[in-house]
Design a protein around this ligand. Structure first.
Ligand code: ES4
Ligand code: ZN
Length: 326
């Protein structure tokens, strides 16, 4: 079988997708019209032209502007459903989906509106599309820990509609230890914990995500390769890295996909996975990430099978469901 067919066909789990980053320009404009929201862009083409990023912050500014069209429960459902249709087409069998409630509650959208819309799509995706799904609530790290605590409080009435918490947004200057207390509370509550670390930030941020926040996965983590002791820790404890190659390319974390260190992470025995991050902004969903990365780096079928196996191992599925995917 040709490698591209294998990459497309193999069942996989997606563990690093911001649902607000799956909002395509066409849907942004449709929701703006439906909700009477004014956009600072004249057209879909005009908006797409703004997708020329130089670093993480240059992307986040446009990403938060795009999310401003989301007001009603149906908007959140429609966004998530569009993602699930794309995921199913890429043979994604399971997705663990980040959402950023503070982006919405700060605009006066109720937590209930956000979670109910997303959760309804997650529940329907299993029977209708064959994609099992769960939600991970992310705290915005450029805001305060106090704000994160208030967000957790607002979300606890919906505790059974999300499986864990994450940490995202501007990394540099906002180290994981800023959120030590709220993550400790989440651990007591039995929530899973993940954090973006080592995307633009140093290996020290990966260490503190592990040792202070006690996360179970690292989102991105590609800067870990600069620290041999950290690489040994990640391999020994089988801490997964949810790597996002097209994101790293578009945010200039790597100069080219050919120079991406995904292969080196796998060679070091790490539980690395491939994910799409913000597919509407970075030029592709899951299979596009696999196809472009394999074409550029020369990874082969052996690594494809390894990445697919890693994606289920790294998931928060229970042991029986993991076995069913082997
Ligand atoms: C993000 Cl690529 C990335 N990094 C950090 N935070 C984010 N939120 C959405 N996409
Ligand atoms: Zn991300």
């Amino acid at each position: 079988e040709r490698l591209p067919e294998l990459l497309r066909r193999m069942p996989k789990a997606e563990l690093h997708i911001h649902i607000e980053g799956s909002l395509e320009p066409e849907l942004i404009f449709a929701l703006a019209q439906r909700n009477g929201v004014a956009l600072p862009y004249a057209s879909v083409e005009d908006l797409r032209k703004a997708y020329a990023f130089t670093n993480l912050q240059s992307f986040l500014d446009i990403y938060y502007a795009g999310a401003s069209v989301l007001l009603k429960e149906q908007d959140f459902y429609d966004m998530a459903w569009a993602y699930f249709e794309r995921a199913a087409a890429d043979n994604v069998a399971h997705a663990e989906i980040f959402f950023d409630p503070q982006t919405h509650t700060a605009r006066g959208v109720a937590m209930e509106t956000v979670i109910n819309g997303l959760h309804r799509a997650c529940v329907e995706a299993g029977p209708k599309l064959g994609v099992s799904a769960a939600l991970i609530l992310c705290f915005l790290r450029h805001l305060s820990e106090e704000d994160a605590f208030a967000t957790l409080e607002q979300a606890l009435p919906f505790r059974d509609q999300f499986i864990g918490v994450g940490l995202d947004s501007s990394e540099l200057g906002h180290p994981p230890e800023k959120f030590a207390r709220v993550f400790a509370r989440c651990r007591e509550l039995g929530l899973h914990r993940v954090a973006h670390a080592g995307e633009e930030g140093p290996p020290a941020y990966v260490w503190s995500a592990l040792d202070v926040l006690k996360v179970e996965r690292i989102d991105h983590g590609v800067q870990s390769a600069k620290d041999p002791a950290l690489m040994q820790r990640l391999a020994q404890d089988r801490i997964p890295l949810t790597v996002c190659p097209l994101s790293n390319l578009k945010l200039c974390v790597v100069p080219s996909l050919a120079q991406h260190n995904l292969g080196a992470l796998l060679d070091a025995g790490l539980v690395a996975t491939v994910n799409s991050d913000d597919p509407a902004y970075f030029g592709g969903y899951m299979n596009e990430n696999f196809l472009q990365t394999f074409a550029a780096t020369g990874l082969a079928a052996r690594q494809a099978w390894q990445l697919a196996a890693n994606s289920f191992e790294a998931s928060f599925l229970d042991a029986a469901a993991k076995r069913a995917h082997q």
